[in-house]
Design a protein around this ligand. Structure first.
Ligand code: SF4
Length: 219
């Protein structure tokens, strides 16, 4: 694992490279319907490419975007709409259970990680995405990209995204938790890609545990 000074330096470099000032970002959404839509979008995104999730989300929201309106749809109609994102039968079942749970809460979406993770089909990644992007709280959501770079860098040694999220939460400085997800995911997509990481031009190579251990190409 990296030392605290190394972790501090790593996040300072990511901040310098990828930080977007507050005024240049989309504001957080305030309406409950938008928070529900964010949960649904996250549920649909499991094991799906962003482009396919977007197609499924658009098709579903044209039919229904509230708990009540989703519950009013037949399963076959939901499944047909979300087919592009895969696993559509299981996701249809989860979507219906999620909609029923939110309806039973009077439409209110929990504002804690624990509360969100008690909703059907909502794991830690979805909970952290909603906490950060719907409610503006400090939470670094760990998806497959963040999981990969954290383990290469030595920020975590997690076998699962959940384990990585717990370790990252424990070691990341507080000031980096607000936007750390965006910095890490941008870095993962631009530099530390899955199949061909650009180690020779990586701004973090002197800190990277995998690179320093000779496990990655040195160009
Ligand atoms: S040195 Fe390579 S493996 Fe390490 S963080 Fe940079 S791109 Fe990723």
């Amino acid at each position: 694992m990296l030392t605290q000074p190394q972790i501090q330096s790593l996040f300072e470099r990511l901040h310098a490279r990828y930080h977007v000032p507050e005024g240049e970002r989309r504001p957080h959404v305030k309406e409950e319907v938008e928070h529900f839509r964010a949960l649904v979008a996250c549920l649909l995104s499991a094991q799906s490419r962003d482009s396919n999730t977007a197609k499924a989300k658009t098709a579903l929201f044209q039919l229904a975007d509230t708990p009540e309106s989703i519950l009013a749809l037949p399963d076959a109609e939901i499944a047909a709409a979300i087919k592009p994102c895969g696993l559509y039968n299981a996701k249809t079942r989860n979507l219906r259970r999620l909609a029923a749970a939110v309806r039973d809460r009077g439409g209110e979406i929990p504002r804690t990680r624990k509360g969100l993770m008690e909703l059907p089909g909502i794991g830690r990644k979805c909970a952290d995405i909603v906490l950060r992007f719907s409610f503006g709280q400090e939470a670094i959501a760990v998806d497959t990209h963040v999981h990969r770079v954290c383990n290469r860098l030595g920020l975590a040694h997690g076998k699962t995204e959940e384990q990585t999220a717990q370790q990252l939460d424990a070691c990341a400085p507080g000031w980096a938790k607000r936007d750390g997800h965006i910095w890490l995911i941008t870095f993962a997509k631009q530099i530390c890609t899955a199949r061909a990481p650009k180690c020779p031009i990586c701004p973090l190579s002197d800190l990277c545990a995998a690179y320093q251990a000779g496990q990655m190409t040195r160009g």
